[in-house]
Write a protein that binds this ligand. Structure first.
Ligand code: PMP
Length: 303
């Protein structure tokens, strides 16, 4: 992998190779980090960071859930995000702010300093070339999502992603593009790193936050754009077999954007091709970045 030249680390722009942390950092042992993934799009009005403030607000919420002190303000973190993209000459499309318990104690409840970094790189299409058109084959994982009283799914924290790694790696090993997890209730939760939308009779159905999922910003964007366009959106419990029976199915997330799913567990979904509602949602979403969809909510935050 080709790394960009510059990274923001604890208040300064540094060379990528110099942004190091101690092997005894708390986060490395116990998963005690919180992070975000944010896209930067080239728009007709110049580069824009998509929902930067909403993403960093969620990072502060994740830190609060894990009782992690944040040494910078939201404004400072937003500024760091802009600064690191500019430092790399605006050649990247993805931002990764991360705050983590650093070196300063080995006990689980140790009061360690919080280190903060913001990296940026060129991600392109997360689930592989042409998936936005062709869709992917998904499977339901043998791994469940954590129960709500074990690990808080509403936090985007490093340790939570042990679950996502099990789901994603199992899916890839079995030859699928992505894995979908059930919640501890046995009902549908979400993908390894994506939320789910099913289409029945022209309406969007998505799993509720009570299904141990991350309340995705892309999910919220789709719900908002769809309702504004007169498409019904229903948040509800959904059983596994509805994945096989729905007319259309797609996953969404900052990295995955809007990725159609053409089959689940070897059963074709609908026609096996992105359907009209999926296409409409893709159009509305990507239209934000080429000017076809009015940015009514000020989601495009200029670089
Ligand atoms: N669920 C999980 C587990 C994720 O990691 C992500 C990616 N952040 C999402 C859902 C989608 O969230 P967002 O749209 O905010 O990127």
């Amino acid at each position: 992998m080709q790394y960009p030249d510059w990274i923001w680390h604890n208040g300064a722009i540094k060379r990528w190779a110099e942004a190091t942390t101690h092997v005894m950092s708390h986060a490395l042992h116990y998963g005690s980090s919180v992070f975000e993934g944010i896209r930067c799009y080239q728009t007709p009005n110049g580069p824009a960071i998509f929902r930067l403030t909403d993403h960093n607000t969620r990072l502060f919420a994740s830190a609060k859930i894990y009782d992690m002190a944040m040494p910078y303000s939201l404004e400072q973190l937003n500024a760091a995000c802009r600064e690191v993209i500019r430092a790399n000459d605006n050649t990247t499309d993805y931002l990764r702010p991360v705050a983590y318990r650093g070196l300063g104690g080995f006990g689980l409840s140790a009061d360690t300093p919080t280190d903060v970094a913001v990296a940026t790189w060129k991600m392109g299409q997360y689930l592989g070339a042409s998936v936005l058109e062709a869709g992917i084959d998904a499977c339901v994982s043998s791994w469940q999502r954590f129960a709500p009283n074990t690990i808080p799914a509403g936090a985007k924290a490093g340790g939570n992603y042990l679950s996502g790694q099990l789901v994603a790696r199992e899916a890839r090993r079995l030859g699928f593009g992505e894995g979908i997890a059930l919640a501890s209730t046995g009902l549908l939760s979400e993908g390894a790193g994506e939320n789910l939308f099913l289409v029945f009779d022209g309406a969007l159905h998505t799993t509720p936050v009570s299904a141990a999922l991350l309340n995705g910003i892309t999910r919220n964007t789709i719900i908002t754009l769809a309702r504004d366009a007169g498409i019904d959106v229903i948040e509800r419990d959904l059983p596994r077999e509805y994945l096989y029976l729905c007319d259309e199915l797609f996953m969404c997330g900052t990295a995955a954007e809007i990725t159609p799913i053409r089959s689940v567990d070897g059963r074709q979904v609908g026609t096996g091709k992105p359907g009209p509602v999926t296409r409409r949602i893709q159009d509305l979403f990507f239209g934000l970045f080429d000017g076809r969809t009015h940015d009514k909510y000020g989601w495009l935050e200029p670089l």
